[in-house]
Design a protein around this ligand. Sequence first.
Ligand SMILES: [Zn+2]
Length: 389
Amino acid sequence: MIKEATKPMMKASNKDRIFYSQVNDINATTLICIGGIHGNEPAGVNGLQKVISDIVVNDITIKGNFYALFGNMNALKTNVRYKDFDLNRLWTKDEVESMCIDDDGNYEFEEKKEQCELYNTIKEICDSSFGDFVFVDLHTTSSPTVPFITISDSLNNRNLASKFNIPIVLGIEEYLDGPLLSYINEFGHVSIGFEAGQHDDENSVFYCEAFIWMVMEKLGLVSKRDFEYLTCNRILNIENGFYEIMYRHCLSESNQFKMKPGFKNFNPVLKHQSLANDGISEVKSPLNGLIFMPLYQKQGEDGFFVVRKLSKFWLVISTVLRSLKFHQFLRLLPGINRHPVNDYCLVANRKIALFLTIKVFHLFGYRKKIIVDDKIHFIKRDRKVIPFT
Ligand SMILES: [Zn+2]
């Protein structure tokens, strides 16, 4: 018997999107796990189903609330990343504002319907509880990889992520427009992406399963006795380190991009090393670093990234500076102004941005940068929790 206490009212089209829920205390923490936002990544859904099966068989009562959601339901059925648009690139402000206009159930594009349903589901969940919300988005990659975590660089995200002995990659939102978790982060909620391994690797399901249990344990939703704690802890004992994205190789639709074979995540690459061919010429690494998410599938907009490991010193300094709210001094510098409306945005002229370098903004917790006219907007990732809208 699946526990379904106080499942919130959903529009008819949304009810299947929640494939499990257990709501026990509306004032406690709510964990929301999403599997398969990319339809060719079923490991997240399968991992969730294994956890749910154990919860049901062993009659485990969650000390809080837990939801498991399908991401791209239609794409999951046909094992494709997406049909019309990547559902994990549609969460920009403009896209969200325009997504539910056609409310009669007829959508021109599959993913707009998926997005509207997923949005409504998340909103209903957020409106029905008063405790903290934690979001976990489960993914896999086209290349072989050890499991890793991706987060927007806020201290509350770092706090949960650093409880795991898994590589943690910061700053991916600076290079991608519209991931779901970047949107969630705007509301101050903890949100963690977990990449479990290669799409077809059977171990990816086990890594997802272990990660979900361990997140629940670290949030106090289950105890170590409720699951195979030692096994989960052992298989997720990989490497404690934070990485930062230094470069993204962006693809256009006309690209005939083909990665050279054999690259695995976090393999070292040298500046000028040939990594791929785009149909016209060789694609070389612009810098020394570690290759990250090399593309070995047809669909996707990112050929590869290059990352570097962050020093412990940088991490400690940035935590201290942000905890002491030193970022407020940035606003006093010439050439930097507060955004007239957005408290979490600094507007810098290009000269100042160049002088301070983006690294300084990163240190103070400003990550996402947008160029508006001749100014650069830096968006802070640490923020107070506000209602999901
Ligand atoms: Zn994915």
